[in-house]
Ligand binder design. Structure first.
Ligand code: G6P
Length: 606
């Protein structure tokens, strides 16, 4: 979703703004713009398209020069992507960039029209810009306070005033914004990677706190103008983590980073060979007393929850319900005080997941989040946080974040199973050791890329394909299918293999390839029968299976053979070929792998 950067300091701000916006490209966008204060005037450059289009436009029309400015990448919500709808919005004396949605913008617009204001764009943001202008009487902070008292919805705002040419102002509610600080100047940004090149020190802006940035420092105040002292945070991500480092795409780099990401995530949570989540505040005593577990998330994170459900139910015999956050928040779920609601989110900012968290809290349940971004909204609002340590994930299609989310699901399942007495200490140690072996096993699988590249070459001209699997393989294949469709634009569905013959098998022809995930030994024979059914109807089948089960080679056209582990651990291995297949198919199709069309990495609006 929209990305915001802002800078005021001793350096030319245009390079810093464009560079910061580039680091936020992963969020997804369709237009870009900047506002720079040059010789006490606000100069705006904005355009539909990519940052390269903005740079091109600045070459043609002249590049602004100044030490104070704001920048934006827009992911269209109100009004199509166009030059006019791009941010910044405002007039000669005020310019703003905005991430979020202003719910009551129509009312505000009508009011402002009655006051004689004209509007150019279809955006909700322009109404905020004009409302700021309406209230402005020389005191920017008071103006911002007046405006945020009137607007409803979510916003992160970066604002410059012509009369204050050496200051950037910022405020946020329900949309992310951080304030970076360095010797050479100060920054605002939607996310840490935008400022990592210049500083690792930043402040987290809380709801409706107003930041005033100048070259020499940052001041914060609340809605009553009381000054607030804030603690500085230090990013533990380094710049290399947000660079491609020789890989063709971030996605490929991130697939290859999975062993390290898993090690870094699990090692602090394994003490003396046993799972240990207590550092997060979740004691074994608490864990075993929950009546039910709900896992709520969106997209890939929700798929991690689905694997979590299978593993937790199987190991710990506790009922787990998995919900899509946008459904959960409106379905009046039967949550009670005795329940644990687990929110999974890479970004920690997904609007629907955040709303689900608030609902669970209102109903008195304990909330626990599994989040990758330190200090993000979901992390801050939940009772208990378990951070995953994947480092920054830049590719829109999530890979390493999924792997580390799974690893936390496993630790949780083992700890819970042991706490409830379902498994012995010995078994718990053995399983935990298996989890510790996963990174090494993934390293072995990463060399299968040529095999997956070849399989991708067989899929690339398909219009549609099916993933099938049973049990854990089914849960996992949902993610494989999502990966493929989001980056290669090939239509793909994941189906429970046993359900195929109740309708979907009618789609099978020789033009409908099937990828069968068959790693579960107790279900292998069953899945094999389903593979035979589709093969008999012409489908070309790729089978992802484990060593020892590949003997019946004739059953599939292509095989990917994985090392042997416990059934329950197999999803952690099988995810790699699925990611590779999606990646290479998208590469062969010439798709924009890291920034697929229409998608945003961090969905901060409903
Ligand atoms: C977006 C992204 C997905 C992601 C989902 C949830 O749709 O494109 O890749 O899985 O949001 O994001 P979260 O940050 O909450 O994990």
């Amino acid at each position: 979703m929209c990305g915001i950067v802002g800078y005021v300091g001793r350096e030319d701000c245009v390079d810093i703004l464009v560079d910061g916006l580039q680091k936020l490209e992963y969020r997804g966008y369709d237009s870009a713009g900047i506002a720079v204060i040059q010789n006490n005037q606000i100069v705006v450059k904005k355009t539909k398209g990519r940052l390269s289009d903005l740079t091109e436009k600045m070459k043609e029309e002249g590049r602004p020069k100044g030490f104070c400015g704001i920048g934006h990448t827009r992911w269209a919500t109100h009004g199509e992507p166009s030059d006019i709808n791009s941010h910044p919005h405002g007039n000669k004396r005020i310019s703003i960039v905005h991430n979020g949605i202003i719910e009551n913008y129509r009312e505000i617009k009508e009011f402002l029209i009655a006051q004689g204001y004209g509007f150019e764009s279809e955006t909700d943001t322009e109404t905020v810009a004009k409302l700021l202008d309406y209230y402005y009487e020389g005191d920017p902070v008071q103006t911002i306070i007046n405006v945020i008292k009137e607007v409803r919805g979510a916003y992160a705002l970066g604002i410059v005033f012509r009369d204050f040419p050496d200051k950037v102002f910022a405020v946020r509610k329900d949309s992310p914004l951080i304030v970076g600080t360095s010797e050479n100047g100060n920054f605002i940004a939607s996310d840490v990677p935008a400022i990592l090149k210049y500083t690792r020190d930043y402040y987290l802006l809380e709801q409706n706190e107003i930041a005033t940035l100048s070259a020499d420092g940052v001041k914060f105040c609340d809605m009553y103008k009381n000054e607030i002292k804030k603690e500085i945070q230090t990013a533990d991500w380094d710049l290399d983590a947000a660079e491609k480092g020789g890989y063709e795409h971030f996605m490929l780099k991130e697939i290859n980073e999975q062993p390290t990401a898993i090690r870094t995530t699990i090692s602090p949570r394994i003490v003396d060979g046993m799972p240990y989540l207590e550092e997060s505040g979740m004691t074994k005593e608490m864990l075993k007393n929950y009546r039910r577990i709900f896992i709520v998330a969106c997209g890939t994170a929700m798929h991690a929850g689905l694997v979590g459900k299978y593993v937790i139910e199987k190991m710990a015999r506790v009922e787990v319900t998995v919900d899509i956050a946008s459904e959960f928040r409106y379905r009046d779920p039967l949550i009670q005080k005795e329940d644990l609601v687990i929110l999974i989110s890479q970004s920690g900012e997904t609007a629907d997941t955040l709303a689900a968290l608030k609902l669970a809290k209102e109903r008195g349940a304990t909330t626990m989040s599994v989040v990758n971004v330190k200090g993000s909204s979901i992390a801050r609002e939940s009772d208990i946080v378990v951070y995953t340590h994947a480092g920054p994930e830049i590719s829109v299609a999530s890979t390493k974040a999924y792997a580390v989310q799974l690893s936390i699901m496993y630790l949780l399942a083992f700890e819970l199973a042991y706490a409830k007495g379902v498994i012995s200490e010995e078994e718990c140690r053995r399983l935990t050791k298996e989890l510790e072996n996963i990174p090494e096993k993934i390293e072995e699988i990463l060399v299968l890329k040529e095999r997956c590249q070849f399989i991708a070459s067989r899929l690339v001209s398909s219009e549609s394909l099916l993933y099938i699997g049973r049990g854990l393989d089914y849960a996992l294949s949902m993610e494989g299918s999502l990966k493929l469709k989001e980056i290669s634009y090939i239509h793909s569905e994941s189906y429970a293999a046993g359900e195929l013959k109740h309708g979907t098998i009618s789609l099978i022809t020789e033009d409908m390839p099937v990828i069968a995930v068959a790693t579960q030994s107790d279900l292998f024979e069953k899945t094999l029968s389903n593979i035979k059914e589709v093969k008999a109807r012409g489908a070309k089948v790729t089978m992802i299976c484990r060593e020892g089960t590949e003997d019946d080679k004739s059953v599939a056209n292509h095989l990917v053979v994985l090392p042997n582990m416990d059934d329950v651990m197999m999803p952690m291995l099988a995810l790699v070929p699925m990611q590779y297949i999606a990646y290479y198919t998208a590469v062969l199709k010439g798709c924009d792998v890291d920034k697929p069309r229409n998608l945003a990495k961090s969905v901060t609006v409903e």
